[in-house]
Design a protein around this ligand. Structure first.
Ligand code: ADP
Ligand code: MG
Length: 252
């Protein structure tokens, strides 16, 4: 079982789009996936067809109330992809986690124990902050995928993210690696995108995924239909890109 955290404290860089569609891509090649929505905005939850009103238990219950994880897991619209939904209540979890009585480093490991080996991949869609939820996710993960939007200021904030990753690695999780840097919303026609790509490659070298996710309207539309890109528009550029990303992730 491989645990992947998809993280970047910047909002709007493609974390959720990647979490949903990488999960769906892996599911289509018969891997069993548990997608964990760790963002109070719950975009991964609604994006794969779960109505907010239908959610009785969510990731807050798992983390804070110690509710049996198997009672919280739901099926999504994507083949072989199960989900731990999120809701706005997750916004209160940081306070709980910051209480000194709840500081267990192994929180996720403890709470996720009961699903052991039921899944091939656990994909965590992280919130846009470097708070405790993010830190716990990194502590639990085997690897991190960092989506970077190929735009001006793309590299801003990366230093903090990388130092958070190395802190977690040093203190809580020595096995943690950077699985890959993913360029998202890439527009081939602009010089800026190529400049950002060159910068990112100079810094991260072979850690950068070969596939760049293009800016693609179908990727932006599919969440409102509750379907992954493969079920929404499987011949779109976005679907082909995420299929290629899936192959790269399967390789290592
Ligand atoms: N490759 C893409 N092409 C077009 N729109 C995209 C692409 N990736 C993401 N988006 C859109 O951009 C917005 C932010 O993406 P999202 O994945 O939610 O980012 P994050 O989870 O990092 O906040 C969403 O509206 C999403 O649909
Ligand atoms: Mg998101």
């Amino acid at each position: 079982m491989k645990k992947i955290a998809i993280t970047n404290q910047k909002g709007g860089v493609g974390k959720t789009t990647t979490a949903m569609n990488l999960s769906a891509g892996l599911g289509l090649v018969d891997k069993k996936i548990l997608l964990v929505d760790l963002d109070a905005q719950a975009n991964s939850t609604t994006g794969l067809g779960i109505e907010k009103d239908d959610i009785k238990l969510d990731v807050f219950d798992v983390l804070v109330n110690n509710t049996d994880i198997n009672k919280v897991i739901v099926k999504t619209s994507a083949k072989n992809v199960d989900l731990i939904p999120s809701s706005i209540s997750l916004a209160g979890a940081e306070i709980y986690l910051s209480n000194k009585n709840n500081k267990s480093e192994k929180l996720f490991e403890e709470r996720f124990k009961k699903i052991k080996n039921k899944y091939d991949y656990i994909i965590m869609d992280c919130p846009p902050s470097l708070g405790l939820i993010n830190r716990h996710a990194l502590t639990y993960a085997d690897e991190v995928i960092i989506p970077i939007q190929a735009e001006y200021y793309a590299l801003e904030g990366l230093t903090q993210l990388l130092s958070t990753i190395s802190l977690v690695k040093k203190m809580f999780n020595s096995k943690l690696i950077i699985g890959g840097i993913l360029l998202t919303m890439f527009d081939n026609r602009t010089n800026l995108a190529s400049e950002v790509e060159a910068e990112v490659k100079k810094f991260f070298k072979e850690k950068v995924f070969k596939i760049k996710i293009p800016r693609n309207i179908s990727l932006a539309e599919s969440p409102s239909t509750g379907l992954s890109i493969f079920d929404y528009q499987k011949t779109s550029k976005g679907a082909i890109a995420y299929e290629n990303l899936t192959k790269e992730v399967l390789k290592d």
